[in-house]
Design a protein around this ligand. Sequence first.
Ligand code: NDP
Ligand code: GDR
Length: 372
Amino acid sequence: MTTKKAFITGVTGQDGAYLSEFLLKKGYEVHGMKRRSSLFNTDRIDHLYQDPHIENRNFHLHYGDMTDSTNLIRLIQEIQPDEIYNLAAMSHVHVSFQTPEYTANADATGTLRILEAIRILGLEKKTRIYQASTSELYGKVQEVPQSETTPFYPRSPYAVAKMYAFWITVNYREAYDMYACNGILFNHESPIRGETFVTRKITRAVSRIALGLQDKFYLGNLNAQRDWGHAKDYVRMMWMILQAEEPEDWVIATGKTTAVRDFVKMSFAETGIELEFRGEGINEKAYVTKCNNPEYQLEIGKEVLSVDPKYFRPTEVELLIGDPTKAKEKLGWTLKYDLNDLIKDMMKSDLKLMKKDQYLRTGGYTTLNYFE
Ligand code: NDP
Ligand code: GDR
């Protein structure tokens, strides 16, 4: 049996790292595309790295960028992948309001570049393509829960760019008979989630506050509701989507939704700290009402969270809740993690990380001043 080759764009991101690990365990030869950056940006995949001097490697990294067609064509020509997972994107919804043109270039036109590369190279019959679509396409609530037939109403430059990527993927599938699929994935998180997405921002801040490294933190819209799953479950589905007999588009979600405010309460509860929220809108704050863990010395009544309107978005997505019935029935989609498991996993990891920070501080190694 010949080894299957996968090409992953966005290999250094949360999903790219979990997917690489998953495909390597399945026996794939994995090729990942990373961007050149002035600092190392491979933290999430360093455990998979293989020295380029050893023979028979099965994990390869290539420099590239979604905004560079010739680079993408050359890479795909060299690799001749059986499967492409197009995960690279400017993936932060709030930031996309500040960098709308770049977001369109990387997320929308970038997807077109991959599809065109396949056509130019005549790989339509060989290469299957997974496009990282998103629940952000649903945007302004039209229907709940949201399924493959719910109309789209994108609410950010990111979502509009991803909507183009969704439809160009469908169009190339229909026009050129390509095996190209959209996975409409709802929010999925993990201990390696980017630090500025709300779940990781919360689990990091809660860990630091519990350990006395920080007094309080600030969030935006506490009422937003999201259907949060674990990234490990979701990358498995990316692969299953490309193993289906026919190329289709799929909603992947847990079917449950939770408000940002409740995610905060649940994260604090992991450290034995209970909270009460008082006030409304921009005046809402959270205070400690109980501290059941002797390891953490938080005084009752301490204010640990305020709202800062700078985190509000010009147009917000208030409620996401997915209906994964199609994936459950046709692909056998099952979840290994629920929200409690996810928060436990993230809190355990961030507490460990912050304890390391605490030890470094105590030892006097917090900041290395290169300019002294
Ligand atoms: P991350 O932000 O963690 O990772 C994004 C990846 O894309 C990183 O490897 C990043 O590189 C890379 N990248 C960004 N811009 C470019 C570019 N111009 N050229 C090449 N690479 C680039 O995202 P996730 O792993 O969370 O998400 C993966 C994909 O799934 C994204 O497309 C996202 O929009 C989509 N998605 C994510 C969901 C989620 O809840 N996580 C839900 C639905 C869809 P670098 O490390 O150098 O920044
Ligand atoms: P989202 O994720 O926009 O859903 O996009 P994010 O975690 O950024 O926001 C979720 C909700 O929390 C609210 N919120 C805050 N968000 C951030 N980042 N920071 C805050 O301080 C804060 N306070 C409240 C937001 O307003 C929002 O309602 C993610 C990304 O991974 C996308 O790439 C992906 O397509 C979608 O999930 C599905």
